[in-house]
Write a protein that binds this ligand. Structure first.
Ligand code: NAD
Length: 245
């Protein structure tokens, strides 16, 4: 298809690529999105991720959070071709880094090193009392809520509704985007603020977007829209770039 040929050419021509990814990039790895058809919010109440509710009802909140995130994560999902393409472009010295809204750690698992986890990660827990951070282990969820050695309740180290974004993550993302000559937006609706504003910081970059559905970016920011699943698009691009994924 002509659009894939053009996208592959733009990637070949670029030297400072930045990727901005959302839940859609991990769908083909078996992790559902929040919104849209089959999305988690069609089955669960988003209040479990509100900070106030978590403080009041940590056990009830954890029961759902475990089912939403940790039961899938402990099945050790594998990165797909889209995660691998980004890791390969970094290895080739063409990609500055990945800014992800995801908390699943799949970019790192695919080999990406420069990853900004804009919303934090599910792979670490933080104590609400002493703020100590600990790596997540599945046995920690045998009794809910999990507790720190100090007795405090442990919370996933990702951003809940009502929490602020770390200023370092924001500043580093903007610095990368200011430098970028190509922005790849993959699998995000662009509805979660302030992450959703980040692509608009890439003022000098061509923008390729990959998503099976058009989004706000397709109208407002994207130069080339690849209407496709992330993994399928990655394979099509890799073929044209002569990359083995
Ligand atoms: P979203 O749920 O709002 O949107 C997902 C997007 O992915 C949609 O635009 C959809 O069309 C697209 N999509 C669906 N299947 C796709 C595929 N195979 N390939 C490419 N795109 C596909 O997601 P969001 O706005 O990215 O996320 C909201 C917040 O929830 C973010 O912080 C997100 O990281 C978090 N979240 C993370 C995970 C994860 O870590 N895997 C899962 C669910 C939600």
């Amino acid at each position: 298809m002509k659009t894939f040929v053009t996208a592959a050419r733009w990637i070949a021509e670029a030297g400072r690529i930045v990727a901005f990814t959302g839940a859609g990039i991990s769908v083909e790895s078996g992790i559902p999105t929040f919104r849209g058809e089959g999305g988690l919010w069609s089955r669960y109440d988003p209040k479990v991720l509100e900070l106030g509710y978590f403080y009041e009802e940590p056990e009830a909140a954890w029961r759902v959070i475990k089912e939403l995130f940790y039961d899938t994560l402990t099945k050790a999902p594998a990165p797909n071709a889209a995660h691998r393409l980004l890791a390969e472009l970094e290895r080739a010295g063409k990609l500055i880094g990945v800014i992800t809204q995801n908390i699943d750690g799949l970019h790192q698992k695919a080999g990406s090193r420069n990853v900004i986890e804009f919303h934090g990660t599910a792979k670490r827990l933080v104590c609400l009392a002493c703020r100590k951070k600990v790596a997540f282990l599945s046995e920690m969820l045998e009794v809910l809520p999990p507790r720190c050695g100090c007795g405090g309740v442990l919370k996933p180290d990702f951003i809940f509704f009502g929490e602020g974004i770390g200023p370092e993550n924001y500043q580093k993302s903007v610095a990368w985007l200011n430098e970028a000559d190509l922005l790849l937006i993959v699998g995000t609706t662009g509805e979660v603020m302030p992450a959703s504003m980040l692509p608009f910081e890439a003022k000098k970059a061509r923008v390729i977007e990959i998503n099976p559905e058009p989004t706000r970016y397709s109208e407002e920011k994207t130069d080339l829209f690849l209407q496709a699943k992330a993994g399928e698009a990655a394979l099509a691009l890799a073929k044209r770039l002569l990359l083995k994924l």
